[in-house]
Write a protein that binds this ligand. Structure first.
Ligand SMILES: [Zn+2]
Length: 179
């Protein structure tokens, strides 16, 4: 049962490290279905849970906006996860366009391959096909790493519906975006 907020999260496959990493921090690994924030800037821990400060950058961010997710994507080695916010009371919070949480649970893998072509510009058709097939290959890796089934690969529109329902349930306000 999903209890927390849902958001989109871009992660990258790092070929040399043989791991999924955060696009903005290549040393932050995504290796399990549940991922917790780590802090080297002084946030403390209570009962084993990192208490993320609002003025610190260690919390895990997920967005409600497809375009913001693509801004992190950069290239087709990136894929899109639907993640649920974890953490005790007050240790995750909603923004206008997403959330920050102490941890996240990977719920689904969002198939964004149909958008990839429009995001990667200035590539010829052959290179484009190569990139999209590589992205599909990386999605298969994600199924293994995050212990998902093939049926957990969902189209973006379904992810959007799930995010909207959960937003209204948890934040108790209407969906903050237009699309
Ligand atoms: Zn911190």
């Amino acid at each position: 049962m999903i209890l927390g907020l849902l958001g989109l999260r871009c992660i990258r496959w790092h070929e040399k490290k043989n791991r999924f990493v955060s696009p903005t921090n290549l040393d932050f690994y995504w290796e399990n279905p549940v991922v917790w924030a780590k802090c080297s800037r002084g946030c403390h821990t209570i009962d084993g849970e990192l208490i993320i400060r609002r003025d610190c950058s260690c919390g895990i961010y997920a967005t409600l906006q497809k375009q913001e997710m693509f801004d992190y994507m950069g290239d087709s080695l990136a894929i899109c996860l639907l993640v649920e916010a974890l953490g005790s009371h007050n240790n995750s919070w909603a923004h206008e366009t997403g959330f920050t949480a102490a941890g996240v649970q990977v719920i689904k893998l969002v198939d964004i391959t149909k958008f990839t072509r429009s995001q990667i510009k200035n590539e010829g058709p052959e290179k484009m096909e190569f990139l999209v097939s590589w992205q599909q290959h990386v999605m298969q890796k994600a199924l293994e790493v995050f212990k998902l089934k093939v049926t957990d690969i969902i189209p973006y529109n379904l992810a959007l519906e799930m995010m909207k329902i959960q937003w209204q349930k948890v934040v108790m306000e209407s969906w903050p975006l237009e699309d």
